[in-house]
Design a protein around this ligand. Sequence first.
Ligand code: TYM
Length: 328
Amino acid sequence: MKRVLSGIQPSGQLTLGNYIGAMQNFVKLQETHQCFFMVVDLHAITMPQDPAALREQSEAVAALFLAAGIDPNRASVFMQSHVPEHAELGWIMTTVSYMGELERMTQYKDKSAGKESIPAGLFVYPTLMAADILIYNADLVPVGDDQKQHLELTRDLAQRVNQRYATSLQVPEPYIPQTGARIMSLDDASKKMSKSNPNPGSYIALLDEPDVIRKKLSRATTDSGREVRFDPVEKPEISNLMAIYAHCANMQMSEVERAYEGQGYGAFKKDLAERVVEALEPLQARYREIRQSGELPAILRKGAAEAREVASETLRQIKDKMGFVLPQ
Ligand code: TYM
């Protein structure tokens, strides 16, 4: 069975962007693949995190995985820090990476822009991400568009290690949705929707109350036209809302266009809010159940044990090929 690996940072409240760009595909892929889904807490600390908030958000992300429909009996769900092999292979990946290729990463450039002191962890972030993927020999990595460049680097590093040390690491492929790979900010369609945006009006959090969702969507920026037509270049704001609609209502874009022919933005935005609320309400109810049930620690323990079995074997093989003396 082919393998899938992906992760989400517990660095804020998960948004509709995370859901549409990544989590919906996690749920889909578990039907046909051996899946590993983790909360990447070691990545989150590349930016300063309040300890209490980090703990709460990490548990929240794990519970949201399950609430979204990931079945812990099919997929391994775990905390990245519970599998210490990630950090160890991350170090090895750092030693085979070049400063130049890391400097070219747009996420690094964005997050370090204007900073006087740039955290070194931010710089080597992609080498840990490469380790995350390669340690499971993942075939597919479901992500949104913004992670494509990190995936390219991961592929380069896999090939480099294979050449240099005669390993046979799987060179992974990204798995990116056709529409919704880049859900944009509600207040500015030139920026992606992001959980770290200081303006909560710019994103829909998966745990937003229905009335908050309605309010945020009614305030979402649109152009001055009235035609509900998918055209991301000429009409980026309404096209973004249409992508959200299509995913939440499980409709094709052409169906959405047809449904709102001649109706204007007002009616569309009102319905959109209801579609989003309908999509998120069951998820929110399951989320509350999971948090109250106390089942999370056992699920995470099982997931980490399953993950470690695979990760420790890959790491052992790589270290052996590299010439490390293995413990006897
Ligand atoms: P993170 O935590 O920023 O985002 C998690 C996932 O959500 C996707 N995403 C979006 N998709 C569409 N529209 C948006 N506005 C949007 N915002 C976020 C991201 O592309 C991502 O798939 N580096 C990763 C975490 C990571 C990882 C990994 C992913 C660490 N190790 C190994 C895959 C494999 C990140 O920062 O994701």
